[in-house]
Ligand binder design. Structure first.
Ligand code: ZN
Length: 496
């Protein structure tokens, strides 16, 4: 038995000015991993592709691993990058196989295709019309017919923060291997509702997504092979952005349809709870100081979430609005993770550890899609640390995977320790702070460029949490995003 296992993951923020060339899909700026290198990098980690490898080995299958391509979210994927990745997967399938297992994101937009994954599936079906294709997807999938009608099995993450990537791979992969053994006949139903749930309201510890995901798990206990609700990725101006669901049953298309509709109706009824209303930044920072005053020293920091500039939603990770507000408000004993500014890191490396210098920090990219100009800020401080920016996640999210921040430095202003990095990484793991010698628990405040994923590895440290509306292409204000392509009417852009 020969099984093709591949990964192609990118969440595209169509408003982002950050380019997405092929090099972004290689963790350290090289080509995406393949073959033995990809196997070594992912085997035993908390990823969906690791689950596929484990299942294939259990089945005694020959594994072909043409590419493992995973890039941090950014603007539309360049055509040559997409063609390289898809070309490798298609070539492996064309050589002949018994099944295909794909670790995809589900919200990839390329320069030429608004549904990158659908285009991959279209090409695979042209080569292998009847081979079982099992797909693991991110909960932020914007699902199109192009993929849903061509995949044999689809399973999506049931947690946000995403701490069940491995389990999602198992859910999709087990059905495919059962099918190969003649023990399952997957029947897939999918659908959507015209709604754009807000990312800040999508956490699976919070209502209403908690109940939606619990119902998916319950359906799987009641006999569904896979049940998934995709809350969607709204910072993508594509026709099918928004909420969808997929249910796979064993040979019972009517039950799959009924369950899928039940999930969609549940989500639609809860649409108002998915709306997010941002608070003005000055109010948030004032509230943070009041919260801090009510905490004891050992209670952990007040976490300040700069949710409009999260690189894991396509943010440039260099807007200075929230950090500037923190400096102006006089908050002290703060750690800020992070500002992505490779040029500033080079200046700090040149100056050396212990050097005092004034930098024009952050604000290096214009954001034409949302009408914002770059706005760096002059910051003075001392270089406290310089390192290579490499660390391995402790988990629970993406456990065991290696992150590459590139050359990294810490600038201590006396008020804030600012981590300055050269490649995008969202702070969702304690190891990110350990890599730069900061103990986040000892800080009075912790500024994170994150929305929900920080909860995975850092939530337990927080004394309090304040969401801070800054600026950026993952703004939490839908009114700041010029939607042109998403289907209308859609809630809450339109009052349905
Ligand atoms: Zn996601």
């Amino acid at each position: 038995m020969r099984v093709v296992i591949a990964q192609m993951k990118h969440e595209t923020n169509t408003f982002s000015p950050v380019p997405t060339p092929l090099a972004r899909f290689g963790g350290d700026g090289e080509l995406p991993l393949e073959g033995g290198d990809a196997y070594q990098a992912y085997k035993g980690t908390g990823s969906a592709i690791a689950a596929f490898i484990e299942l294939a080995e259990e089945a005694g299958a020959e594994i072909v691993l043409p590419v493992a391509a995973n890039a941090w979210p950014s603007g539309p994927v360049e055509d040559n990058a997409f063609e390289y990745i898809v070309g490798r997967i298609c070539a492996a399938v064309a050589d002949g196989c018994d099944a295909v297992l794909l670790d995809l994101h589900g919200a990839m937009v390329t320069a030429s295709h608004e549904d990158g994954e659908g285009e991959l599936l279209r090409r695979l079906r042209a080569i292998a019309p009847r081979v079982p294709i099992g797909v693991a997807l991110d909960m932020h999938t914007n699902l199109f017919a192009g993929m849903a009608d061509r995949a044999t099995v689809i399973a999506g993450y049931q947690t946000y923060p995403h701490v069940d990537m491995f389990e999602t791979g198992l859910r999709a992969g087990r059905v495919v291997f059962a099918m190969l053994a003649g023990r399952a006949q997957p029947a897939l139903a999918w659908g959507n509702r015209p709604m754009l749930p807000h990312v800040m309201r999508q956490g699976s510890d919070d209502s209403p997504n908690r109940e939606l995901q619990a119902r998916c798990k319950e359906m799987e206990l009641q006999g569904a092979l896979c049940a998934s609700v995709f809350v969607g990725f709204p910072n993508a101006d594509v026709s099918q952005a928004g909420l969808s669901a997929v249910v796979v049953t064993d040979g019972d298309p009517e039950r799959a349809r009924r369950w899928c509709d039940e999930l969609l109706d549940m989500a639609w009824a809860a649409r108002e709870q998915f709306v997010y209303r941002p608070e003005p930044l000055a109010d948030s920072l004032a509230r943070a100081q009041v919260l801090r005053a009510g905490l004891r020293e050992g209670d952990g920091p007040v976490v300040l979430l700069d949710h409009s500039d999260n690189c894991a939603s396509g943010g440039t990770m260099d807007t200075m609005t929230v950090l500037g507000g923190i400096l102006d408000a006089g908050l002290d004993n703060v750690a800020a993770f992070a500002i992505c500014d490779p040029g500033a890191v080079q200046l700090m490396m040149h100056a050396g550890i212990g050097a005092e210098l004034r930098l024009s920090l952050g604000g290096k990219l214009d954001m034409p899609a949302i009408g914002l100009k770059r706005e760096p800020r002059s910051v003075k401080g001392r270089v406290r640390l310089i390192c290579d920016g490499r660390y391995r996640n402790r988990g629970p999210m993406a456990r065991g995977e290696v992150n590459h921040m590139g050359p990294t430095a810490v600038l201590d202003t006396g008020q804030v320790e600012i981590v300055v990095i050269s490649r995008h990484v969202e702070p969702h793991d304690l190891a990110a702070f350990q890599a730069v010698g900061i103990d986040p628990a000892s800080k009075r405040y912790l500024m994170l460029k994150s929305r929900v994923h920080w909860r995975a590895g850092l939530r337990s440290l927080a004394g309090a949490v304040v969401e801070c509306a800054g600026t950026g292409v993952c703004t939490s204000d839908y009114a700041a995003l010029p939607f042109r392509h998403v289907r209308r009417p859609i809630y809450p852009l339109d009052p349905l």
